[in-house]
Ligand binder design. Structure first.
Ligand code: MG
Length: 354
């Protein structure tokens, strides 16, 4: 592979990690290069069972009857404000969602700020107001924080790291390794809104797309889901790398095949138009307020009905099934009935999207 090639997702693909001795933008993509970096550098350095599970949050046993889900995420989105959201809402929702994807009830967050010298106090105040509102909506408290300032030019206004802790209710077992042949794949609504909204805010579309980010806390939707069925096996939010990368992770963790029905996957017309113009596949574009759940076939109708009654689940649909024929692979069943392989995101598609 040459230094920069473009793959089918529209992503620019740098050379593989083993040929490089420095970090490239693709290491932050959430796709193949991120996975390689984690597997080769971070897991060997910090190795333990919680990390090795490879889920959205690490699960630890706090005492004999309490399991905690702990997740952390740094937010470097540019610009800081975009249609439908901002870095503050993203920083709260991103971590709330990663904790909730383990079936946990998110309770407490911490927030660390890296502020650039010269950042307007009014900007910081807007971000804090937004975090306050998102935390109230999710029902979590921000109980510790940190502030560092770096010289002008060493950061883009501000960056935020959030860490979240949640309690996993007794009897709840959710994880990326629990998908089983025969299960159904459900998506909570149209894909690609967040990535396209941020690109639009950067002025990179060349036209007014009228797309708003979907950034939202999904913990109440998940609580309703867990209440509705005992057959919720996997929950994951398709953020960086999109639906395609997220489903590949699950297919590998569970050693199953996943077949997607192309025609069932909802994409708003404005997002589809922007993707066509930019040469992107919406399956790889980031979402910040959507979830994928893999559930026992017997409860699909009830689960869809419950999801559609929830604020952030109104457009939930069945998009695929789990099978045993192509372990570790995601296949897309096209409109004409053929199948094509959907791989993980290679390289970098949209840097600094979250
Ligand atoms: Mg996640």
């Amino acid at each position: 592979m040459t230094d920069e090639e473009v793959n089918l997702s529209g992503a620019v693909c740098p050379a593989p990690i083993q040929q490089r001795d420095r970090i490239v933008m693709g290491h932050g993509s959430g796709g193949k290069l991120s996975h390689d970096l984690i597997a080769r550098k971070f897991i060997p350095a910090f190795d333990n069972a919680a990390l090795r599970a490879g889920d959205d949050a690490g699960i630890v046993q706090a005492n004999i009857c309490t399991r905690l889900a702990i997740s952390t995420d740094s937010h470097v989105v540019w610009p800081l404000f975009f249609p439908g959201g901002d870095i503050g809402r993203l920083a709260v929702c991103g971590t709330v969602n990663d904790v909730a994807m383990m079936g946990a009830t998110p309770k407490y967050l911490t927030a660390g700020f890296i502020l650039e010298e010269g950042c307007a106090l009014e900007t910081l105040e807007r971000v804090l107001e937004s975090m306050k509102a998102a935390a109230a909506e999710a029902g979590v408290e921000i109980v510790a924080g940190d502030t560092k300032v770096v010289q002008k030019g060493k950061a883009d206004g501000l960056y935020i790291n959030t860490t979240g802790v949640g309690i996993i209710p007794l009897g709840v077992e959710i994880g990326g390794a629990l998908a089983a042949p025969g299960d159904a794949v459900i998506l909570s609504g149209p894909i690609g809104d967040h990535g396209i909204a941020v690109l639009g805010a950067r002025g990179e579309l060349g036209f007014d797309a009228d797309v708003r980010s979907d950034v939202a806390p999904l913990n109440h939707l998940i609580a309703a889901l867990l209440n509705a069925s005992e057959h919720i096996h996997v929950l994951r939010d398709p953020t960086r790398g999109g639906v395609a990368t997220t489903l590949n992770e699950i297919a590998r963790q569970s050693n199953v095949g996943i077949t997607l029905y192309e025609q069932a996957i909802p994409v708003r017309p404005a997002v589809r138009a922007a993707c066509e113009m930019l040469g992107f596949d919406p399956l790889y574009v980031a979402n910040e307020g959507k979830l994928i759940t893999i559930v026992g076939r017997e409860d699909v109708e009830r689960i869809l009905e419950v999801m559609r009654q929830q604020r952030y689940g109104g457009e939930s649909v069945l998009i695929g099934e789990v099978q045993s024929k192509s372990p570790g692979r995601v296949l897309l069943k096209t409109a004409i009935g053929s199948h094509r392989i959907v791989d993980v995101l290679l390289g970098e598609m949209l840097p600094r999207i979250c």
